[in-house]
Design a binder for this molecule. Sequence first.
Ligand SMILES: [Zn+2]
Length: 163
Amino acid sequence: MSNYDVGIHGRVIYTGIEKCPVCGKDTLHVIEILYSDPAFGDLILYSNQCDHCGYKRIDIQYLNSRGGPSRIMYEVKDDTDVYRTYIFRSKTARISSPELGFDIDPGPDAEAMITTVEGLLLRMIDVAERMEVLNEDNEESIRRLREFKYKVQRRFRVSLGLG
Ligand SMILES: [Zn+2]
């Protein structure tokens, strides 16, 4: 695991093979990476992956949170920000975009998530499309979902390859 690419800010602090909570075999790769981010402080990324059954779980712990919830604001200015900015979201965090008008609240069984801004937007478009199908009788919902997709696509049409 010494060739695990963790980027410039990451440092592997633990790797090991443990018992998988799903299939019970000793084939669970555990990696803990300490990230020291100049803007957001230190966080530990826990990554579990089972070779046998494919079980996967990622968790994130912020080390210098000030004893309560905190808010991190980030403004996406251009395409480079969309491609290059990673979102580390712990399993209890909410993601909001006032500009695009969405909130993602963690569900009871939510997982931590690591994605780029681009990945998040593509996922939101995907969700909006599925919700459109589910709400096909509700004109108001359809209108709002289409408006949302239009806003995302217009704002990020170049970087998302949507023409
Ligand atoms: Zn397993």
